[in-house]
Each structure stands twice: as structure tokens, then as C-alpha cells.
Ligand binder design. Sequence first.
Ligand code: ADP
Length: 468
Amino acid sequence: MLKRRSIRTRLTLWYTGLLTLTLLLLGSVTYGLMVKSLAQDIDTALEKIAGVLSQQARREAEALFPTAIDELFQRFFGVSPLDRYFEMRDPRGRRDPRLQRRSTRSLPLSPEAQANAARGLPTWETVEGLGDFPVRLFTQPVLQSGRLVNLIQVGFSLQSFCETRRHFLRILALVFPIALILAGGGGWLLAHRALSPVAQMTRAAQRISAARLNERLDESGTGDELDQLAHTLNAMLSRLDDAFRQIRQFSADASHELQTPLTILKGELEVALHTPRSADAYQQTMRSALEEIDRIAVLVDGLMLLARADAGVLRMDQQPVELHQLVQEVYDQTQILAAHQQVSLQLDAIEPIAIQGDPERLRRVLLNLTNNAIKYTPSGGRVTLSLQRCCDRAALRVTDTGIGLSPEEQEQVFHRFYRSDNARVYDVEGSGLGLCIARSIADAHGGTIELDSIPGVGSTFTVWLPLP
Ligand code: ADP
């Protein structure tokens, strides 16, 4: 299996690789420039020596040899005269007899140099075989009145040039691996330093499980990328912590709400089983048991609806719904409860509005809001239903003159299983799921529910639904 390299190794490899390339590039450019400049210096010096010699050769050939040449080489190269070569030839390329007597070393004359000289052109060449090192050779034609009279050849051993070059390469070969080792080690240490907070974060994140979601990663506070990452992860942990807490709370509340009717049901049935009674009494027990079962069924139905909404799979029918008709039906349906509570139930400003939606679910919303309004309004109070068109939305309002809700309660009423203290004090029946379900249904229709309330004065719940 291919082993995956750590970021640290990859960073070090990249770093070392790039440095190797840079060093190679820098080394070759420096080497090239140095060689070129050395070669140019030699060529220039040779040209100058040849120039001086050709001037003198025109005047007095005898004066040239050999001390004058040695002096010239000394002047231009600053090196031992042993490194130098000199030759003077007639236009046909034959050595000057005077030199044959005095100078020991003979220089070759290439056909190319001879041809160039015939045209009055100089020639530079590098020749091998004259000594241990190659020799740089310059052939200069001497012209008089445009006629070739002599050929002057000056040469210089490339010994020091070759040695300097070799020396430079040796230094490069030594410095190169040292620089690479230092860079590789430095890169490894740098990567280690830069990535150590990541390793720390990984260890801390591994410690955090669903049971320890309250733990957080350390934030350095420097504001760098890793600090931002830790901050983002901490924010995510907070959200997860909240979500887990809500789920735990929801499970506890749901079991509690289910337990109450189940306990009552069990108690009633046990009592009925253990004590023989009349058929009427049994029927009474059955009716009571059915009531508890209905309550459980409503609760389970509500929980399932919320679970589907959470999972994003809450399906709504899409059919024309006459909202004004719906309001009228709910009004008729809740009249009995209102009369029983001695609350006056009224209709106000009902505009005919039709939307696309799920009529049963929308009825459930309106029924819940109207039932709540009646339940939380003391006798003698008033509950008003209204339906109006506002821009591109329908506003379905349920207003009451009931107990109202404080600002803190207003924030909570849409939470699951929330029941205000007042609701408990007034001993009004309810599970605390109604508003939460109403909001999920409104959401699924692309709408919202708004609440305005003043404690002791009353509340208005407005369902906003988009018009087609
Ligand atoms: P339930 O009515 O079953 O308790 P809901 O979700 O419908 O559950 O309502 C949640 C809580 O909101 C109620 O317990 C009550 O405290 C508060 N509430 C709802 N409607 C009103 C209202 N019209 N006036 C005052 N309080 C209300």
C-alpha cells in the first residue's frame, strides 16, 4: 500500500527541492559568467600583446625578441613568461628564421588562421598538445599599405584558467551538499514548528467526544490561520453542543410527556382488572383509557411531524386553499370552546384570499392558535380572527385580550415542550408542542409566524403566507 507522506515531509521535500533547483541555477550561472569573463580577459590581453608586437615588428623586428615579449606578457597577464608562446611568420606561413634561432617553442598555424590572415582578419583558437594544458592562440596579420607582410601569433597556456575553473567546481561540490543538508534540516524544523499547533489540535479534537462536547480547543489569540481554524472549530463545537443538548432535552421531555398518559392508562386498567365492577363502570374505564390513548396518539403524531420537519422531509399538499373559508370553519369549530370559557369570539376584516398549500395542515395551525387564544384568555375577554392581504402575502391574525407573554417567554414559546409558568398556574391543558408544529407548517409553506404580546393585555399571533 502506498504510504501517505505527512505534510511536514512534503513541505521539507518541496523546500529542499526548490532550494536544489535554485542552487543549481545559481551555480551554473555563476560558473558560466566566471568562465566567460576569464576567457574574455585572456583574449583581450592576447589581442593587446599582438597589437603592440605588430607595431614593433613593422619598425624593428630585432627589438622584439625575446625579452620584450616576456615583458609584454608580464605586463598584461602578470604571470611567468614560461606560460607564453610567440611566433612570427612570413605571409606564406614560414617561421621567421630569427626566431628559429632564439625561440624554442613552435606554434601551429591552422589553414583557417592562414586563410583569415590572407584576408587581413585575426583568428582565435584553442589548441591542444603543446603542453599539459590547452593553449589559447591568437593569430594577427601585419599589414603594410594593405599588403600582408607578417603573421604574428601569440599564445597563452590555459593552465591557470583550467585550475581556477576546477577550483570553483570543487568549492561548489563541497558547498552544495552542505547547503542542502542545512536547508533540509532547517525546512524540517520549520515545518515541525509551524505544524505543531495542528498536532496539538488533532490530539485535543480526538479527546472530544459526544459526551465531552463542552471541551474546547486552545486558541492562541494570534489571529493567524491556525488560530482562525481553532476558533471556527470551537464555534462548530458550540453549535454541536447546543444541538446535542436540545436533542437530550427533547428526548427527556418527550418521554416524560408520554409517560404521564401511559401511567394513568396502566393505573386505570389495573384497578379495573383487580376489582370486579358493573358493565357501566367498565365502559367508563374504557372511555377514559381511550381518552389517554388519543392523547398519546396526538403527541406521537406531533413528534413525528417535527421529526420529519427536522429531517427536511415534511411533505405538504399543494392544492388551492380558500383561506377565508378556513377561517370561517375554525371560527365555527371553536365557538363551543369560546362559549364554555365565556370568551367572545369574533371575525374581523376577512378578505377572500386563496393560496396553494395543504388545507389540513393550515387548519391545524389556525385551530391551534385560536384554541390557545381562547385557553389563555380569562372569561369576559375577546378573541378576534382576521385575514388580510399585505403586499404579496396573506396575514392571518389571531388576537386575544388574554394573559399575554413577557419578552423572555416570547422567545421561548416556539421551542418544543415549552409551557409558560402562567399556563401551568392557570392549569390549562397542553403539551407545549402546538406552536412549534405551527411554525414548522408555516415554514413548509414558505411563510412565518410572528408574535406581538404584552403581559396582562393580550397577544397577536400573525401567520404570514406567500400569495401565489
Ligand atoms: P400548549 O398550548 O399545548 O401548551 P403551545 O405550543 O401551543 O403548547 O404553546 C406553548 C406555550 O405558549 C403555552 O404553554 C403558553 O404558555 C404560551 N401561549 C401560547 N399561546 C398563548 C396566548 N395566546 N397567550 C398567552 N400564552 C400563550
